[in-house]
Write a protein that binds this ligand. Sequence first.
Ligand code: NAD
Ligand code: TYD
Length: 351
Amino acid sequence: MSYKNILITGGAGFIGSHLVQLMVARYPESRIVNLDKLTYAGNLENLREVESAPNYTFVKGDINDPDTLDQLFEAYRFDGIIHLAAESHVDRSIENPMSFIETNIVGTVQLLNAARRHWKDFTGKRFYQVSTDEVYGSLGDTGYFTETTAYDPRSPYSASKAAADHLVRAYFHTYGLPVVLSNCSNNYGPFQFPEKLIPLMINNIRIEKPLPVYGDGLYTRDWLWVGDHAGAIDTIFHKGKIGETYNIGGNNEWKNIDLVHALCDIMDELMDRKPGTSRGLITFVKDRPGHDRRYAIDASKIKNELGWTPSMDALQGLRATAAWYLDNDAWLESVTSGAYRHYYEQQYANL
Ligand code: NAD
Ligand code: TYD
């Protein structure tokens, strides 16, 4: 399948900006429209490389506003939608669940409704919901999430994504809307907002602040290079079967404390500090409420059916990420000024 007019929501965020760059470069005959509200997590600096590309259009707007959606559907006659816009940080969802309900659940339904209103005929159309493995809940020491694992979300963030996924599937079963979904593990790489584990640690190492490790530090995540996720989304968008769900993972499990140790060692080397210096900044702090112990993905369906596998080597990816943040300290300084700095200064004032 090929698509001529593609709406990407949340394209100024971390994963969205990598996806927009990939799609603009790979499909010069298609128009890529990026609809983004530019919340604290959205940043047009992430899109400098494509901003003047002839097949790219940015629109500042909210997926919760049906008038904006109607105008865009009228103007661009979308045949493909890739929906990433979301509130994405678990800790923020614990502090303020409402914005997660509004954007992740209600916003997704607004987008589904707009597709139904404007798509008179579903032939050649596709609505792609980009979701997370966190909807499956928490694993013990063994086992993996597959596409048939029952949903068991445990944070307001994962519950809001789970609700949205259910609604996307409901629109497929009830109205025949042509949908496809993916559930991906934790991403890392350039342009990730430094509230998530990896960029937060890199930034704090850079400025020699405490490295807050939640609880015992033995929580496990499966890390995927963001460029690999963007490639998987492109594969599923073009080759995935309508009505299906695909799990995406990096086959790259790390306990948080091991990952933080690795980042400390990489940063010491890149910043010419004495080996062991940054590990001295590690500080165990109060655990996150309801903290999921382990996530791990069985990504054999996407491998066997669509031929996708991750390409980035784990340590090489961490090194490339650390080096990118050091080279882009102006980006880091700009996104961590103001409200961000105030928040973390309060949060960790006593460390
Ligand atoms: P992000 O927080 O970096 O970016 C989200 C983007 O959505 C921002 O640009 C923001 O401005 C925009 N946005 C928020 N509310 C909006 C609204 N109401 N209308 C329009 N735009 C809005 O998020 P991310 O990490 O890039 O994640 C993107 C998607 O991928 C999310 O749906 C997330 O659930 C999913 N996901 C993320 C990960 C991960 O590790 N980051 C893993 C799996 C799935
Ligand atoms: P995070 O990047 O917030 O992703 P998610 O919670 O969506 O998986 O956190 C990844 C892991 O790192 C998670 O187990 C929580 C832990 N963590 C810390 O220990 N310290 C921190 O400062 C942050 C942000 C996360």
